[in-house]
Write a protein that binds this ligand. Structure first.
Ligand SMILES: Nc1ncnc2c1ncn2[C@@H]1O[C@H](COP(=O)(O)OP(=O)(O)O)[C@@H](O)[C@H]1O
Ligand SMILES: O=C(O)C1=C[C@@H](OP(=O)(O)O)[C@@H](O)[C@H](O)C1
Ligand SMILES: [Mg+2]
Length: 171
């Protein structure tokens, strides 16, 4: 893909539980676009769940798989749901920035914990001892750094978040 390609994609970034996958589908329908979830590309590439990749090869292997999946993205007019760990890859983020508008679904920790519940089998890219709170602290600045647009999601339904994203993109 050439670097000159227009930014026709909407790319959702944020913590696990921020709504990238579920709101992303709704947004794609509203905007008449395609939808792709990079977590599913990783699973297709490896024939494994994300948790199986972490259990078998470690969380660094999942980050490598995610970077490869993201860098191979070649879509136009899509909503792209990323995994929460995507912001650890500078190369992956550079590619996403080149092909899309980056929308950060900002969500406070208590809301994330309530939505995600048991995160231990979610295939998170984390060291075994790290909690969701640790990831939140480590990543918040990265999400903010890369975001073109930020939408707060706490207290909003899926549809309301979707509407907020659409409104923010129209500005
Ligand atoms: N705005 C929201 N209000 C209520 N629940 C939500 C909201 N956004 C996401 N969720 C819930 O949180 C969980 C994780 O959502 P998901 O879209 O998979 O997040 P992500 O892809 O960012 O990890 C799901 O159960 C989903 O229904
Ligand atoms: O935040 C993370 O470390 C991850 C979140 C997951 O996606 P969601 O953000 O969609 O839950 C998935 O990409 C991967 O297991 C790593
Ligand atoms: Mg997701």
């Amino acid at each position: 893909m050439s670097a000159a390609q227009p930014k026709t994609n909407v790319v959702l970034i944020g913590m696990p539980g921020s709504g990238k996958s579920t709101v992303g589908v709704l947004l794609a329908k509203h905007l008449s676009r395609g939808f792709v979830d990079t977590d599913l590309i990783i699973q297709t590439n490896h024939g494994k769940t994300l948790q199986q990749i972490v259990d078998g090869a470690g969380h660094a292997a999942l980050l490598d798989a995610e970077e490869a999946a993201v860098r191979s993205l070649d879509v136009e007019n899509h909503v792209v749901a990323t995994g929460g760990s995507v912001v650890y890859s500078a190369a992956g983020m550079a590619h996403l920035k080149a092909i899309g508008v980056l929308v950060y679904l900002a969500t406070d920790l208590a809301t994330l914990e309530a939505r995600v519940g048991d995160y231990t089998m979610r295939g998170l890219a984390k060291r075994p001892e790290q909690t969701l709170a640790d990831l939140f602290a480590e990543r918040q600045a990265l999400y903010e750094q890369y975001a073109d647009v930020t939408v707060e999601t706490a207290g909003l339904s899926h549809d309301a978040v979707c509407a907020r994203v659409e409104a923010a993109l129209d500005r």
